[in-house]
Design a protein around this ligand. Sequence first.
Ligand code: BEZ
Length: 238
Amino acid sequence: MDTQEQKEFTSMPRIGDKAPEFKAVTTQGNIHFPNDYKGDWVILFSHPADFTPVCTSEFMTFATQEEKFAKANCKLVGLSIDGLYSHIAWLRSIKDKIEYKGMKDVEVKFPLIEDITMNVANKYGMVQPNEAATQAVRAVFFIDPKGIIRSIIYYPLSLGRNFDELYRVVVALQAADEFGVATPADWYPGDDVIVGPAGSCGTAEDRMSGKEDMDCKDWYFCTKKLDKDVVLDKILKK
Ligand code: BEZ
């Protein structure tokens, strides 16, 4: 391994970094990432292995919700350290044989990357050797239309992801960008949002004297209304 390769193997991309570039074979043809996704949000996620039950439940859930994510301008790309023919056979089995929580006949239409060489998994720090040396953990990278990593969530092998939370993150990141606000704990569209910190003593004073259209409990904790329809109107495709 040369030094650059070693660095890629041991380093993990972080929030704010450019998404590492790669070319890969997928169940939907070749992709050049993140270039092919410029202008869209994308969730790049890994799972430990094909033909495993937790992963199967996750793929069925993601596939069933793909349209919902697409409406929020977000595409999906999966990955595991398996080969293309394994991926194809697994996705066919899911469609033909698996029924789960009312989902059946589920066709996975988003790309699933073959990564038998672990090239992509290593670039993204998806293999965490003390959890599993040859399988990726359940990593989720939220990448913005400029190819910047905006959030990362990791789950261990035994824990299936919460898809409501993944969707909430996609919407909250876009709301923060669109409206220049932050979103508090457990925020959903329609809840009040957090106004950025006061940058001067004067602003702090103005906020506390009620001059601004916001609700301040103290100078550093100010919220304002942001209508659900206004948020969804901006974010969701018509
Ligand atoms: C699963 O997806 O079911 C699974 C994969 C690896 C380890 C444990 C569970």
